[in-house]
Design a protein around this ligand. Structure first.
Ligand code: NAG
Length: 106
């Protein structure tokens, strides 16, 4: 079920972006291990139509501590201006340490 797992990974990173994007602009606000600055750091790579070949070091540093299971609760709030394929890549390109969440899929 590789395709399903990859899709889950894409959803998880997307909801990470959403969770942080929806957060108040207050500095220090953190959702599921990532703070709002992760959105700014990763936005250009994950946007639809992006020409970037890899996420920035700054982006990767921001998403590494993400608590993926925590982020499952946001999975129904994906923004439509984010490229899920690129978000999926983010989790692998950044070699995120935390275990990927299943969001109840298995
Ligand atoms: C999404 O990202 C993939 C992989 O980089 C790319 O092939 C595709 O064209 C992108 N889609 C959009 C709408 O930007």
């Amino acid at each position: 079920m590789a395709a399903g797992m990859r899709r889950n990974a894409a959803l998880l990173v997307a909801l990470l972006i959403v969770a942080v994007a929806l957060a108040p602009a207050a500095s220090g606000f953190t959702v599921c291990g990532v703070d709002r600055t992760a959105v700014d750091a990763c936005r250009s790579y994950c946007a639809k139509g992006s020409k970037e070949t890899s996420p920035s070091d700054a982006c990767c540093a921001k998403v590494k501590p993400a608590d993926w299971e925590c982020l499952c609760s946001f999975k129904n709030s994906l923004p439509n201006d984010v490229n899920a394929s690129r978000i999926m890549d983010l989790q692998y390109k950044c070699k995120c340490d935390n275990p990927p969440a299943t969001c109840g899929a298995n």
